[in-house]
Design a protein around this ligand. Structure first.
Ligand SMILES: C[S@@+](CC[C@H](N)C(=O)[O-])C[C@H]1O[C@@H](n2cnc3c(N)ncnc32)[C@H](O)[C@@H]1O
Length: 369
């Protein structure tokens, strides 16, 4: 699996480095002229997601996957396999998969929840509104969506969507979601455990009061969130398979997976994107999240050339003027580098890190005249 894990780990290390001091000496003349403005009150940042909900997602990962010191030992073993790029070993056994999800998916879930709770989520809801053809008032509490999550077996997307449903429950909301999760690795156990975790009341421990136990509820009800897992190699999907999997889907997500697919086979990944384009209905959204500055090396006539992941993606989805291919999608959000920083005050038994990512949201255009 992840060729990108090495890069992600480097990003992690960078994230925790202290800010660099400027190398040059301060310009005294300039410094004398610059006056600090007294009494400027910095506006507190309004977080997209309440801390309690973020903690709730971390509790979910802890209660579902953490087994104590053995989990920490497994994380170290997974890390060392990833460092050696021995992905077969890193993801070759159930306890390693659980350890991976505990260590990496939990933080990503918070990052994705933050993303969904901002502009990206608003646009997704807006897309739903357009596709149902209903007016705003009419559709409150009536959105039923199907999401195809590619390369999502490790569970971050499941937790994030459940958190999004819970977080938006008081406003207009997605009331029912069906997540079709596809991944090449044997994530069945993790998907099942996390799905059970989001649809069951949290374990409050033996010391919780009766009233706390009574009021504890599942993040989402089992009726409102359905998760199906399919173990499959996406690069082997032909046009028919893509078509079947895209039926009634309003959103496709490819999170921290696209560059890995490109690294495995650039032509097969381009083919997958072209099948997705052919099979998707106008209005379908495609959400891509990955490490910033991801590159793929392509060999043309024996010469190696590096292309940024985004360039390859845009080439497939937006067409090119040079080859006279019209755009099939429009890009509605695109950010080359963004940080999700963990807020202070979260409690978790495993080290987590801030997440740096690029994010792109596309909407399928209607080609009918
Ligand atoms: C870096 S992980 C990202 C997991 C998750 N989407 C997230 O953001 O936390 C990449 C995932 O893509 C899956 N993957 C890689 N190649 C694949 C392929 N050819 N077909 C299906 N899944 C694949 C891996 O098994 C892994 O679960």
């Amino acid at each position: 699996m992840p060729r990108d894990e090495g890069r992600a780990m480097k990003d992690e290390v960078k994230a925790f480095r202290k800010p660099q001091q400027p190398k040059s000496k301060p310009n005294k003349k300039l410094a004398a002229k610059v006056r600090t403005v007294p009494n400027v009150v910095k506006e507190p940042e309004i977080p997209n997601v309440p801390l309690a909900l973020q903690q709730r997602l971390l509790d979910l990962f802890e209660q579902t996957l953490y087994t104590g010191p053995e989990s920490l030992a497994c994380i170290q073993e997974v890390k060392s396999h990833l460092y050696k790029r021995d992905f077969a070993a890193a993801f070759g056994q159930e306890d390693y998969l659980r350890a991976y999800a505990l260590r990496w998916s939990a933080g990503r879930a918070l990052g994705y929840l933050d993303l969904l709770s901002g502009e990206v989520g608003d646009l997704l809801l807006e897309g739903q509104r357009d596709s149902t053809g209903k007016e705003d008032g009419e559709r409150r509490g009536e959105v039923h969506s199907k999401v195809l999550c590619l390369g999502a077996g490790a569970g971050a997307e499941i937790a994030a969507f459940a958190g999004w449903m819970q977080g938006s429950a008081s406003q207009e909301a997605v009331t029912s979601l069906c997540l079709d999760v596809v991944d090449i690795a044997a994530w069945d156990g993790v998907v099942e455990a996390l799905t059970k975790g989001v649809t069951s009341p949290p374990d409050l421990g033996t010391h919780a009061s009766e009233s706390a136990k009574e009021s504890s509820r599942a993040l989402v009800s089992a009726d409102s969130l359905k998760v199906n897992f399919t173990r499959s190699d996406l690069l082997g999907w032909d046009e028919m398979t893509v078509k079947e999997n895209l039926e009634s889907v309003s959103l496709v997500t490819i999170m921290f997976t696209l560059n890995e697919l490109y690294s495995t086979s650039l032509p097969k990944t381009q083919q997958l994107l072209s099948h997705l384009t052919a099979a998707s209905e106008p209005g379908t959204m495609l959400l891509v999240v990955d490490s910033p500055g991801s590159y793929s090396t392509v060999s043309i006539n024996g010469a190696e050339k590096k292309y940024p992941m985004l360039w390859l993606l845009d080439y497939s989805l937006l067409g090119s003027r040079k080859s006279n291919t019209p755009a099939k999608w429009e890009k509605v959000i695109s950010e080359d580098s963004k940080w999700f920083r963990l807020p202070e005050g979260l409690v978790y038994p495993v080290e987590l890190e801030n997440m740096r990512y690029q994010v792109h949201l596309y909407r399928r255009l209607d080609e009918r005249p």
